[in-house]
Ligand binder design. Sequence first.
Ligand code: 13P
Ligand code: SF4
Length: 301
Amino acid sequence: MTVREEIEQLKREKDAVILAHYYVRPEVQELADYIGDSFSLSRTAVGLKEQTIVFCGVSFMGESAKALNPEKTVLMPDAHADCAMAHMADPEKISRVRETYDDVAVVCYINSTTELKRYSDVCVTSANAVQIVRALPNKNIFFIPDKNLAHFVAEQVPEKHFIFNDGYCPVHQQMKTEEIRKAKALHPRAEVLSHPECTKAVLDMSDYVGSTSGIIKYAGESSAHEFIICTEDGVLFELQKRYPEKKFYFTDTEPVCEDMKLITPEKILHVLKTGENEVIMAGELCEESRKPLEEMLRLAK
Ligand code: 13P
Ligand code: SF4
């Protein structure tokens, strides 16, 4: 039997379903029942009929799926796949901000630890952050952990006062304007499509800014035929699958999230066989981190 056949058989035997983020390897995306960005995957995770979810992504994604479905088994193909940005905020700073501002909402990018979520009022993803922040009744917004997404949202929602945090995604932060300019010089007709985790300098030279799903959708709707993609290179698989007639380019320093690339078909097979790397969360932590996630799903409707 091939690895794929074994996985399919075990999925049936264990009543399992595979979810994968667009940033994982193509061979993993090919095995997934659902592929998506962070928002669509967290929405999908709610209401699945299968008892076991194999989450091909980094730890905050598996933890969010578990918090939203405490009665389900969530398995991570690689327990070390983590998001560096998820740790870049401090619960003590949250308390200090809450003491300083009385009308404040702590808005937590889903790319964050469970510990940070439990102290937050609402989660957001790059696909819904503007919509949700706009809908909040609070004047003051403490946006954690990502400073780049925070500044992008602040620009779209000028009526709110933002308190910024110093986190960032190392993969998107390293995207350089000179390299984008160089790609533009090589492909002058190409549009620049960027993820809001990139710096303001990159976003300012972009034709479109949006979540991973937003970028994929925009590339289909645009009349342009060439695009410079300023996000993790895993999206190329879906872009080429959907739009084989269009061309996609990356900067010389290709944006790669090494943690996302830890997931392999063999590791999926292993956790399905053994049940290893199950996401375990203490009841209280699970419940407290579920609240901001559910608030996100409610406000993003
Ligand atoms: P989205 O899935 O919201 O586009 O976010 C990108 C990301 O960095 C996921 O880790
Ligand atoms: Fe985290 Fe950046 Fe990797 Fe996304 S791409 S998982 S934000 S380190």
